[in-house]
Structure formats: C-alpha cells, structure tokens
Design a protein around this ligand. Sequence first.
Ligand code: ATP
Length: 351
Amino acid sequence: MTRKAATGSKLTIATLGSHCSLQVLKGAKDEGFRTLLVCEKRRLGLYSRFGFIDEIVEVGSFTEILGDTCRRRLKQVGSVLIPHGTLISQMKSDEIEKIDTPVFGNKWILRWEADRILKEKLMKEAGLKIPQAVRSKNEIKGLCIVKLHGAAGGRGYYLAWNRESFEEGARRLIDQKIIRAESDLYIQEFIRGVPVYLQYFYSPITEELELLGIDRRYESDIDGIGRIPAKQQLGASSIEPSYTVIGNIPLVLRESLLEEVYKIGENFVRTAERLVPPGMPGPFCLEGVYDSEGKFTTFEFSARIVAGTNLYLDGSPYSGLLYDEPMSMGRRIAREVKVAKKRGKLDKVVT
Ligand code: ATP
C-alpha cells in the first residue's frame, strides 16, 4: 500500500507497526522524511488510518524483514530502521544483528539488553546501584521479583519470598506455557519504593545527553490491587499480582534529583562506548526504583526507544526546557538522522 512514490536519494524512516511506531513515524514526517511501516496483516486496519504513514509493507510476521522482498523494498527507499520493544521481543539477537538495513542506534547493544547476564555486567560497570541477583531458588532470602528473560512488558513476573513460593509461581507459568522450565526465570531482590523510567537521548553528533521525559507504568493488576480493600483481599486467597503493562503515566521528579539523573545517564553512555562500541547513540531508558531516601536503584535498561515516550508526542516538561518546539522522542530520532546526514556523519548514528 503506497500513498506517495519514493523520492530518489531522500531517506525513509521505517519501523515495525507496534509499540511506538505512530509516534516515531509522526516525528519523522514532522522532520520532512518519507515514512514506511512494516505491518502485520491483522493490524492494517489500525495503521491505514494515519496520513503520515507514506507506505505500508504488509507481512505475515515481523521476522519477514529478514526476507528478500522486505529487505529489497527497505533498501530501494533508503530506509533507516528504528528499533523498538517489539523488535526485541519478537526477534532473537542473532536475527537482529543480521538486519542489513541501517538500524538507528547500536544494534549490537540490543543483545546486552536481551541477556540478563550481559545487562547486569553493563549496569555494574557503569557504577549503577542495582538489585542483588539471586542465583538459585535455594538462596532466596526476603522478597524477590521473578522475571522472564528479554523484554516481556512485565508479563509473567511474580513475587516470591522463599523456595516454595518461587516453585509455585514457576509451576503456574509452565502450566500456562509461558515458560518451559524454571531455568527460564531470573530472580532479583525486590526494591521497595516507587518505580520510575528515565527517558534519555544521547547524540554522538553534539556529544550531549538529553533527558527528554520521565514516566511510570500502569500495570495490571499490581496497580489495581490497592482498589480492593484489605478485608476482601484476605478473603480472596487466589490474588496473585501480575505486572503486565497496560499503559504509562507521566511523571516529574523533584528537581533536586535531576543532577543524579544526568550523572547516571552519562556514566551509562561512557560505559556502553567502552563495552559495546559504538556505545549508546540515540534513545535509551534507565528503569528503576526510588526509595524513601531518594536513592535510585536501576533494575533494567532499554537500549532503544521505550513505549513510555508515547506520552510526549507534543513534548514533555523536560524536552520543553531544551527545545522551543514540540519534541517527541520519535521526532528527536528523526532530527538526529537529518543532522547526521547533512554533516555526512550518518555512520555515527546507525549500525
Ligand atoms: P521492558 O518491556 O521494559 O523490557 P520488562 O518486562 O523488562 O519490561 P520491567 O520494566 O523490568 O519489565 O519490570 C516490570 C515491573 O516490575 C515494573 O513495575 C517494575 O517496577 C517492577 N520491578 C522490576 N524489577 C524490580 C525490582 N528489582 N524491585 C522492585 N520492582 C521491580
């Protein structure tokens, strides 16, 4: 499905139809790019509603972007592919690394995002305060959160406080065919406090780190359990909180916390440059919990745009401090591609 023909040497911003694709392509259009969406057949109805999408390439499944037809088309129109959470959750790291369309950011660091061990190494070396990893169910002491590998949007996560509660949760996930074995799970110390997602953009062109937004997630049903009074909670013995992301809620931090936010972001960028060249060009997110002392413990990073940035299509309280125009993360990505191309430095922002 094509609304406009490809225009010679002009670049096209392309992405997969899910997660934050609307924001990314709207931002690309605002910056004057042609836009292309790789879209699963079942979602054509949704995405054909939006006039800023110039071309839709229909696929049965997203892994078809590795196939000849899709690759040829992406190449023909000079695409830069913007990776997001759906790419990470639907394709293996090997497959992502094989993509020969230029990928915005560092596609090699996506393996570090998907692999819990590599992820922990990068966060540790960046000097971030991180939760203790619990290597075996026999070592569980105190409250822990049990996670699946990769970006699962919190799906299947549960709380455990001893071996029995761990095994009970694992059995449930095996029965539901969400995991195959207990070894598919990762146990981590549960940090008490409030969850916060810090949305950054690092430009290798200006060598500056920008904080473009902050959000928290709205998760079912952990965020709904507080609406059930204690008496009824105690009566309903089967309540098992889950962490499935349903949406995102905007957040601003106490201003006194911002200096530390920039410091940990910069440490992360420097460490990524050292461990996974070319580092962390483009959007990334540090995800963690602030405790009652105002100390931040990072439990995760996303080395690409996160869905929480969808809140700020018209800019955020933080992007407004840096730009005199509405600057979404999607638009910021497109701006970086535009500036890099103009200065002959496209290789600094894609891999
Ligand atoms: P993504 O799609 O970002 O990759 P994910 O599946 O990795 O998501 P997380 O963001 O890691 O999910 O976590 C999901 C939920 O679990 C969030 O509510 C978060 O606050 C909570 N959580 C994760 N780790 C911890 C921890 N160590 N202590 C307390 N809460 C945690």
